[in-house]
Structures are given as structure tokens and as C-alpha cells.
Design a protein around this ligand. Structure first.
Ligand code: AQP
Length: 334
């Protein structure tokens, strides 16, 4: 069976972008029944920028609760915390020796996150994509659902697999397919249609958090930047209207309908009527998830138990793959 792997960092509250671009897709892929699905909280990735230890643990459990509340079912998917499956980090070291400095230097996420003072960024932030490649390839995963911003890292994952196979003369690691589909592969900021909606944006008004209450969601959508025109009835009418396009895309993704359908239903409407409809839809989809998260987080012991079970299941896959990798590389005792 084809195998799906994906993960998110427990580095803060999830945004609507994380939900529509990634988490919702995780659940859909799980529920097709076509794939074996493995979903991860990538705590080792999160610490590539400073994380308060107490908060890191809390956010990891909160992310596990978000996964489950959104529909990731530990009976159908393997749910893990990255550091509890040590083979991720072990394979990442091998990949650090396969990947080239120049490849890493081209990564736009590194450039964005390191900012002007790249000399002061952690070595882990620079090596981030090699660990991500290891996350995926330690399962021989074939499909990776992600948002559009992760495309470049997935290309690097393919490059690492190809170079490893070539250097060692094997056909061992698969060439992974990114799955970047749907109306919301890149949800944009509510304040600036040229910027990705991001949990680290200084302005909370730029994003919808999955735990925002109904009033907050309605207010943020009401204040979202738009232009003065009515909605067009065809998609091409959204050219050069990034903010309008973003709200239409969000509507389509939340309602599970096509963008064309949204415009067929709302074409000609002013934002004064479309925005309240969008807010109502967002609240209807997000608030049950938020209340389920609250319920799940009341029982930390249960979350920790699920993660321990997930790690055990995962290691049945990762241990043989790491062993075989070590043999290929020539490590004594593998
Ligand atoms: N705006 C977005 N639209 C669609 N998908 C998105 N993703 C993130 N933002 C959007 C997807 O969410 C998954 C989780 O990625 P991550 O935990 O590595 O976080 P990130 O990509 O660093 O996301 P953020 O929210 O933007 O965090 P910061 O602000 O810390 O950089 C990935 O699949 C990603 O594509």
C-alpha cells in the first residue's frame, strides 16, 4: 500500500492555513482507506528556533489534541511525536552527509526564518530539510500532503533520496510525491494578500487561529482587507484581487466545494454579505474542533498513552529501515 507521512511543528497555535493546507488533508487521506497514514508532531524541528521547554511539551500535547479533534484517528493512522521515534534523527545524520551545503543555502524557508543575521541562526535550522527528508524516508513514504510553502523542501527530499541511491548504488529510498491539492494550498494573511497566513506573524488579526472563539473569527473576517468591488461570477474575475481570491478560496476549502461553485452562489455579492457568510461557515467548521481539543487536553495522560503507542507502532517500520540503511552505508553491527 502507498504510505503517507506528514507533520507539523508544535511551535504555537495552529492557523486556518495549517488546517486547510495540511491537517484537513491528513484526515481526507486517512479516510480514503487507500493509504497507510502516519502523522507526526515534529518537536525536533520546532527547537531549531528557541522553544521554552515547558511550553514545548504543552504545545506538543496540544497539537496531538488538534490532530485527533480534527479527525486523525489513532485506530486508523499512526500518530507520533518525532523525538519518541529516534530513527528520524539517526537517519537525518546520514542525510546530513548526503545533502550538500549549496542545496541548503537555496532554501527560501531558511532565508526567511534566519533573516538578515543568518550567521546567528542555529545549525539545526540550516539542516532542517535534511531532518524533514529523514522523517519521510524513514517510512519509505510515497506521498506527503503539505501546503504549497513546503514544495521546495519536498524537492530536496527527492534529491537526497536520489543521491543516496546513486552514491551507494542501491534502489532503496523511494522518490516521494508531494500532494499539494485543493483550493487552499496557500492561505494568505487576512491583512496582506501577498503574505502567507502564518502563526509567527506579529499581527494576530492576520490569521484565524483554530482556537479562536466565534466572535473573534467573525471580527477578524469582518476586518479582513478587501477591495470595494462585488464578487465576480468567474474565477478569472479574481485576477489582481489577491485578498478577494483568498477569501473565496478559504470558503471553497471550508465548504468542500469548488471555487466555481462559490462564485456561482455568491457572484455579484458585496463583501458586506459575503464576509458574514464566510464567518458563519468558518465558525461552524472550526468551533467543534476547538471544543473537542479542550476536552482532549483535560486528559494529558491519555494523550501521552496514545503517543507512546504510536511510537511503538512506528518503530516497527523505522527500525528495519534504519538497520538496512546502516548496512548499506557500511556501519559495523547494523
Ligand atoms: N498559509 C498556509 N496555507 C496553507 N498551508 C499552510 N501551512 C502552513 N501555513 C500554510 C502548512 O501547514 C503545515 C505545517 O507546517 P509547519 O508546522 O512546519 O509550520 P510552518 O510551515 O512553519 O507554518 P506557519 O504557520 O507559517 O509557521 P511559522 O509562522 O512558524 O512559519 C505544512 O504542511 C505547511 O505547508
Amino acid at each position: 500500500t502507498p504510505r503517507v507521512f506528514s507533520g507539523m511543528q508544535p511551535s504555537g497555535g495552529l492557523t486556518l492555513g495549517n488546517y486547510l493546507g495540511a491537517l484537513k488533508r491528513y484526515v481526507e487521506m486517512q479516510d480514503t482507506g487507500t493509504y497507510e497514514t502516519i502523522y507526526c508532531m515534529v518537536d525536533l524541528h520546532a527547537i531549531t528556533v528557541w522553544q521554552d521547554p515547558t511550553e514545548l511539551a504543552a504545545k506538543t500535547r496540544e497539537l496531538a489534541a488538534a490532530y485527533i479533534a480534527a479527525g486523525v484517528d489513532p485506530a486508523k493512522s499512526i500518530l507520533i511525536n518525532q523525538s519518541q521515534v529516534p530513527e528520524h534523527a539517526q537517519l537525518a545524520w546520514i542525510f546530513n552527509t548526503v545533502a550538500r551545503m549549496g542545496w541548503m543555502q537555496r532554501m527560501t524557508q531558511f532565508k526567511d526564518k534566519a533573516g538578515k543575521n543568518a550567521q546567528n541562526a542555529s545549525l539545526g535550522l540550516f539542516a532542517y530539510p535534511a531532518l524533514m527528508a529523514a522523517d519521510i524516508l524513514i517510512y519509505h513514504a510515497t506521498h506527503v500532503p503539505v501546503g504549497d510553502d513546503q514544495k521546495q523542501h519536498l524537492e530536496l527530499t527527492r534529491d537526497i533520496a536520489t543521491k543516496f541511491n546513486h552514491d551507494y548504488g542501491v534502489d532503496f529510498f523511494p522518490i516521494t510525491e508531494p500532494v499539494i491539492e485543493g483550493a487552499a494550498t496557500r492561505v494568505m494573511s487576512l491583512r496582506d494578500g501577498s503574505k502567507k497566513m502564518s502563526k509567527s506573524d506579529a499581527s494576530d488579526a492576520s490569521r484565524i487561529n483554530m482556537t479562536d472563539d466565534a466572535d473573534t473569527i467573525a471580527q477578524k473576517i469582518r476586518k479582513a482587507k478587501t477591495d470595494p468591488d462585488a464578487l465576480p461570477s468567474e474565477y478569472k474575475g479574481l485576477d489582481d484581487r489577491p485578498e478577494a481570491r483568498n477569501l473565496v478560496n478559504i470558503y471553497a476549502a471550508l465548504a468542500d466545494i469548488s471555487v466555481d461553485q462559490v462564485l456561482a452562489d455568491h457572484g455579484g455579492a458585496q463583501f458586506g454579505t459575503f464576509k458574514p457568510a464566510l464567518a458563519e461557515l468558518a465558525v461552524a467548521k472550526l468551533s467543534p474542533i476547538a471544543s473537542e481539543m479542550t476536552r482532549l487536553m483535560a486528559d494529558v495522560a491519555e494523550i501521552d498513552k496514545l503517543l507512546a503507542q504510536g511510537a511503538e507502532q512506528a518503530r516497527e517500520i523505522t527500525q528495519p529501515i534504519l538497520k538496512r540503511t546502516y548496512e548499506i552505508v557500511g556501519m559495523v553491527g547494523a
